[in-house]
Design a protein around this ligand. Structure first.
Ligand SMILES: [Zn+2]
Length: 286
């Protein structure tokens, strides 16, 4: 007998047809799912991975996406989290004042980040890397956090590239696009349910790594300034840190009064994870 299928899946088209057009959030759902072909195609083009994966929507409320090189399964819970993402409006970040921002780009950034993160697990062969570097004496936590960090950071670059599209932040400077990308990802990382177990880094560390990644990326796609050798990188990092602090103040004021602030934890603490990631980094390229 075939095993029972626990959660049925449907195609994106079937899912949109099943949802009534009158459902709250229908057009935003359509917009989010509409990002997939563009984004998956662009990731594949740069990573030389052939056809984009087939997308299936899983009818389950779990906040999750999963998949390999040929198939990507997006859970309804992930879409619902994107649609219900809580955030304070952009003026909380001083440098974004005057920039016209489409409100859908905030859930869009989270959705893209989550989907790209899953794709990078497959494209950067994280299963092989995990099998090769697994060391029972060291435990699993550092290795899995280094791999999650890799997927997170590749996905950050995708969100930044999307936010460079001229219709996302019309007229914004590259500095403002980076700050806007940090602003979008702040709300996603800050409001995600706390992970169970220690396979992901904590909120403050995840945020810190996003700040560093954005500061080192180059607008024109040339190699990032990983070693922070240029003054511009440091200056950008300061602006991103200020953005995070301004968002955190608004978060504690409007969304989660009484929660402890993450600002004090925003520092480069987890050297073990970073050193391990440096060691296994080369493995992740095809
Ligand atoms: Zn992951």
């Amino acid at each position: 007998m075939l095993p029972e299928i626990r959660d049925p899946t449907v195609s994106v088209e079937e899912y949109l047809q099943e949802l009534s057009v009158n459902t709250v959030g229908w057009s935003m759902t359509e917009q989010l799912l509409g990002l997939l072909p563009v984004v998956l195609g662009s990731i594949r083009k740069r990573y030389g991975g052939g056809e984009p994966p087939e997308v299936r929507i899983v009818k389950s409320a779990e906040l999750q996406a999963e998949g390999g090189p040929y198939a990507l399964r997006i859970y309804i819970g992930l879409l619902e989290f994107a649609l219900g993402l809580r955030y304070a409006l952009p003026p909380v970040v001083a440098e974004l004042e005057g920039v016209t921002i489409d409100a859908s780009s905030i859930p869009g950034a989270f959705f893209l980040w989550a989907v790209a993160h899953e794709q990078f697990h497959a494209l950067r062969r994280h299963n092989n890397v995990a099998a090769r570097y697994r060391d029972p004496a060291e435990g699993e936590a550092a290795l899995s956090q280094a791999i999650e960090r890799d997927a997170d950071l590749c996905a950050v670059a995708e969100v930044y590239r999307m936010n460079q599209w001229p219709d996302v932040c019309p007229g914004a400077s590259d500095r403002q696009v980076k700050i806007f990308t940090m602003y979008c990802l702040f709300w996603a990382i800050r409001t995600l349910p706390k992970p169970i177990g220690d396979s992901h880094m904590g909120t403050a560390e995840r945020m810190w790594h996003v700040m560093v990644k954005l500061a080192t990326l180059k607008a024109d796609g040339s190699p990032p300034d990983f070693q922070c050798q240029e003054d511009d990188t440091l200056e950008m990092f300061r602006a991103l840190a200020l953005c995070v602090v301004q968002c955190e103040r608004a978060y504690l004021r409007d969304i989660a009064p009484g929660e402890p602030s993450i600002v004090g934890d925003l520092q480069y603490r987890d050297r073990d994870v970073v050193q391990l990631w440096d060691r296994i980094y080369a493995e992740m390229f095809r």
